[in-house]
Design a protein around this ligand. Structure first.
Ligand SMILES: Cc1cc2nc3c(=O)[nH]c(=O)nc-3n(C[C@H](O)[C@H](O)[C@H](O)COP(=O)(O)OP(=O)(O)OC[C@H]3O[C@@H](n4cnc5c(N)ncnc54)[C@H](O)[C@@H]3O)c2cc1C
Length: 410
């Protein structure tokens, strides 16, 4: 067993990076364990064909000035204010604002909030407006009727991902913020171990006793406090001795395929990010990166990322297509039905990235059942959970986990 200082953080996405950074800044001895060869998790900026682009559109959704100052100090560069709200397609036109933010003039058919997204949305905007404006988009993204999706999902979509006036964005892409957090950890004496997968969690008498890791430096690590910023269900699955029977239940995972196209033209649209509810269009959102940061893409060129949501099964309308066929379907849709381009042939495929298990979906009636495993994990002494559904909630969760550890140590 190797003693690893005060805190071991599992996972180097935004939650784990924020936890390790906060702990290192507090003077704790920190080790961050990350299975991949890079930090950032889902928040990465990639490159190809002389262009840079995020792994899917990634607005950090920062809503307070203190957080902007935090990011600027960390990156030693100003955040960019992008005065383009997320847009949507309505009646064949691109208009500002997300579907879920639209409010009727006077809803007269409100329905009770019954724990489903249908009830939650209907209680706010009325059943008619919900069905006409919001339902087609949310159901296209999540693939389930609103009556199955949990109220928590629609509430979070609305509250955590709003950018009604525009948004703050790190110069150089979302990955620049992640890299700056990793640099901050090492500057404050922390140890960031890449290529190091967590393979087991040992526990005894209700307390975590060790974390087993593989990779280049296999072994078992111990520390007074562990912060779990990886999928808690995977960690419960890796418990030794095994976690109590019945905790691990099947969870539906939604797939996202990112289709990147490049064209030798200044721009396709005026928008940073557009939501598309029309089911004839493979993608639900499309980002145009030069509107996020013109430095990401050389002049005279534009890069698009079409986010195709679905299920990684043969029954899905888009997933079974091979990469080039899917990219062609995306290209064609820019011409018809969207009408944004006259000719699809100018858009080359830059890359296609498939994420078969991009995010979990929980049916409204199964929320209690699927949260049993994380709750058991949290019942163990010596471990805190840090997870978030967005970049900023993940960062806040990482910081809160460190505050929890510190409070527990008092
Ligand atoms: C297509 C797409 C678009 C998105 N757009 C936005 C957006 O616009 N705005 C927004 O705020 N959010 C967005 N998100 C969500 C955002 O990316 C996540 O909420 C955020 O990354 C969660 O951070 P995390 O640290 O909890 O998890 P992750 O980013 O998933 O990081 C987890 C880390 O743990 C590591 N790990 C996993 N298992 C192990 C193991 N066994 N051992 C060691 N390490 C392990 C992983 O390699 C990873 O680095 C988007 C997500 C997707 C997929």
């Amino acid at each position: 067993m190797a003693e690893c200082g005060d805190i071991v953080v599992l996972g180097g996405g935004p939650a784990g990076l924020a936890a390790a950074l906060a702990a290192a800044r507090d003077g704790a001895t920190v080790t961050l364990i990350e299975s991949a060869g890079h930090v950032g998790g889902l928040c990465r900026t990639l490159s190809g064909d002389g262009c840079r682009f995020d792994l899917g559109g990634h607005i950090p959704f920062i809503h307070d000035v203190a957080r902007v100052a935090w990011a600027e100090q960390l990156m030693d560069s100003p955040m960019r204010w992008i005065d383009r709200p997320v847009a949507r397609v309505q009646h064949g036109r691109i208009v500002p604002g997300r579907y879920i933010d639209q409010m009727p003039q006077a809803p007269d058919d409100r329905v009770p909030d019954d724990g489903t997204a249908a009830g939650e949305l209907g209680s706010r905007i009325g059943a008619g407006f919900r069905d006409h404006v919001v339902r087609p988009y949310v159901e296209k993204v999540d693939g389930w009727p609103l009556e199955v999706i949990s109220a928590d999902r629609s509430r979070k979509l609305r509250d955590e991902q709003q950018a009604p006036e525009g948004f703050w964005y790190p110069e150089g892409g979302i990955g620049a913020l992640m890299d700056a957090m990793a640099d901050g950890i090492t500057r404050h004496g922390g140890d960031v171990r890449l290529g190091t997968p967590v393979t087991a969690l040992s526990h005894e008498n209700g307390r975590v006793t060790g974390i087993t890791v593989g990779g280049d430096h296999p072994g078992t690590l111990t520390a007074p406090s562990i912060i779990c910023a990886i999928n808690p269900v995977a960690l419960v699955d890796a418990a030794s001795p095994p976690a109590p029977h019945g905790l691990l239940v099947p969870i539906t995972m939604r797939a996202v395929t990112l289709v990147y196209l490049v064209a030798d033209r200044e721009q396709l649209t005026d928008e940073a990010w557009i939501q598309v509810a029309d089911r004839r269009v493979p993608f639900s959102r499309i980002a145009e990166f030069r509107h996020w940061d013109p430095g990401l893409v050389p002049d005279g060129r534009t890069v698009l990322c079409a986010e195709v949501y679905g299920d990684a099964t043969e029954d899905d309308p888009w997933w079974p297509l091979d990469d080039e066929a899917l990219a062609q379907a995306v290209r064609d849709s820019l011409v018809d039905p969207l009408g944004w381009a006259d000719d699809a042939s100018g858009f080359r495929t830059l890359t296609v990235i498939r994420m078969p298990r991009a995010y979990p979906l929980v049916e409204a009636h199964r929320v209690d059942e699927v949260t049993r495993a994380p709750r058991w994990l949290m019942s163990l002494e010596g471990i805190e959970l840090a997870r978030g559904g967005t970049v900023m909630t993940a960062i806040a969760a990482g910081e809160a986990a460190v505050a929890g550890v510190t409070a527990g140590a008092r």
